[in-house]
Design a protein around this ligand. Structure first.
Ligand code: GDD
Ligand code: MN
Length: 354
C-alpha cells in the first residue's frame, strides 16, 4: 500500500482537486491519503473530513504542534503503507507524477525525488533571481554535505521513499526541508530524480518566506555536524596550524644551515613549504579524513598538492582584488587566507578524499 502524506495549512480550496487527481492517478494502486493539518483557520481539516467520506483519507488535526517537517513526520507515524509519498496540497506538485515516483521505487530506488532541476524538470513563472537563489542555496547544500552532492534537487517537497529508509531513524522536526534530513540520516543506497514541472499555486499563498534562507543555513550546519563534517573542518584547521609551525621551523633551520642570502632563503622557503604540505597531508590522511581512503595514495598526495596550489592562487587573487579595492594589505591577506582555507578544505573533501 502507498501512503500519500499531505501537510496542510490553509489549503481548503485546493483539497478537492488534489484528492480527486491523486485518486485518478493512483487508480491502479491501493493507497491512503494522510492529511496533517495544523488546525488551519480556514478549517482545512473540516474539508478533509468531508472528503474522507468519499476517499481513503485519514485526517489528523494537530492543535498543539505546528510546522511543516513535524507535520510530515507525524504523517510517517500514522502511515500504514510500505511506500510513503510526500507532497504539497497546493497542486504545485502534479499528482500525475506520483506513479512515476512509485515505478522508480519498484525499479530498485530507495528514494525517488520529484525534481525541478534534472533534465525535463522546471519551474513555472519564476523570475531569474528566484531561480538563482534557489539554485544557489542548493549548491551550497551540495558542497557542504558531500553525501548529497550528486542530487540536483535535495530540498524538494515532493518525493517517495520506502518505509525502511526512515524506520527507526530519528528525524529532526525543525526546519522545512525534511527531504534533506532523510537524505542525510536515512538508510538507503539508491536515489533517482524524476523530472516534473513545479507549477503555480492553485489557491492561497506560500508559507515559506525569506526568513527561511537563514533557517536553511542553520539546518545545513546541524546536518554537517551530524555527518561529522564540522569535526573534519576543525581537524583540518588544527592540522593547518601545525603546518604553519612546521613551515616556520624548517625555514629557520635552513636559514641557519645555509645562511640568509636571498637565493638561499627562497630555496629554503620552497623546501620548507613542501615539508609543511607533506606534514599536513600525513595528519589529514591519518586523522581528518581517515575513513575516506577510496583513492590510491599517490592520487591523494597529488590532489592534496593541487588543492594547496589552488588555495595559493585563490589567496593571491583575493589579496590583489581587495588591495585594489582599497582594503589594508594585512586585512586583505587575512581574508585571502580565509578564502584559501575554505577552498582547500572543499577541494580535499570532495576530490582528494572524495
Ligand atoms: N501541517 C502544516 N504545518 N503544513 C504546512 C505548514 C505547517 O506549518 N507550512 C506549510 N504547510 C503546507 C502547505 O499547506 C503546503 O501544502 C505545503 O506545506 C507547502 O507549503 P508552501 O507554503 O506551498 O511551500 P512552497 O510552495 O513555498 O515551498 C515548496 O517548495 C519548496 C521548494 O521550492 C515546499 O514543497 C518546500 O518543501 C520545498 O522545499
Ligand atoms: Mn507551494
Amino acid at each position: 500500500m502507498i501512503s500519500i502524506i499531505v501537510p496542510t495549512y490553509n489549503e481548503r480550496e485546493n483539497l478537492g482537486e488534489l484528492v480527486d487527481r491523486i485518486s485518478k492517478a493512483l487508480k491502479d494502486y491501493e493507497f491512503e491519503i494522510i492529511i496533517v493539518d495544523d488546525d488551519s483557520p480556514d478549517k482545512t481539516w473540516e474539508k478533509a473530513r468531508e472528503l474522507a467520506q468519499r476517499y481513503p483519507i485519514k485526517v489528523i488535526r494537530r492543535t498543539k504542534e505546528k510546522g511543516l517537517s513535524s507535520a510530515i513526520i507525524r504523517g510517517f507515524k500514522e502511515a500504514r503503507g510500505d511506500v510513503f509519498v510526500v507532497m504539497d496540497a497546493d497542486l504545485q506538485h502534479p499528482p500525475e507524477v506520483i506513479p512515476e515516483l512509485i515505478k522508480a521505487l519498484e525499479n530498485g530506488a530507495d528514494i525517488a525525488i520529484g525534481s525541478r532541476y534534472v533534465k525535463g524538470g522546471r519551474v513555472k513563472n519564476w523570475y531569474w533571481w528566484r531561480k538563482l537563489i534557489s539554485k544557489g542555496a542548493i549548491m551550497i547544500g551540495r558542497v557542504a554535505l558531500p553525501r548529497i552532492r550528486n542530487i540536483r534537487d535535495p530540498v524538494s517537497g515532493f518525493f517517495a521513499v520506502r518505509r525502511n529508509v526512515i524506520e527507526n531513524v530519528e528525524l529532526n522536526p525543525v526546519g522545512f526541508k525534511i527531504l534533506l534530513e532523510i537524505l542525510i540520516k536515512g538508510k538507503y543506497s539508491k536515489t533517482i530524480e524524476v523530472p516534473y514541472t513545479f507549477g503555480l499555486r492553485r489557491s492561497g499563498k506560500s508559507k515559506l518566506n525569506q526568513k527561511q534562507i537563514f533557517n536553511y543555513l542553520r539546518h545545513l550546519y546541524r546536518l554537517m555536524k551530524w555527518e561529522g563534517e564540522i569535526d573534519r573542518l576543525i581537524k583540518f584547521s588544527i592540522v593547518g596550524m601545525s603546518g604553519i609551525v612546521v613551515n616556520q621551523f624548517f625555514l629557520w633551520l635552513f636559514a641557519k644551515m645555509l645562511g640568509r642570502g636571498v637565493v638561499n632563503l627562497m630555496l629554503a622557503n620552497v623546501v620548507a613549504t613542501e615539508i609543511a604540505i607533506l606534514n599536513n597531508f600525513t595528519w589529514n590522511d591519518l586523522w581528518t579524513f581517515k575513513d575516506l581512503k577510496g583513492k590510491p595514495l599517490y592520487k591523494r598526495l597529488l590532489n592534496f598538492h593541487l588543492a594547496a596550489l589552488t588555495g595559493a592562487v585563490v589567496q593571491w587573487v583575493v589579496f590583489g582584488a581587495l588591495v585594489y579595492l582599497g582594503v589594508h594589505y594585512l586585512m586583505a591577506n587575512l581574508i585571502g587566507i580565509g578564502f584559501s582555507f575554505v577552498v582547500r578544505f572543499l577541494v580535499n573533501r570532495h576530490v582528494t578524499w572524495g
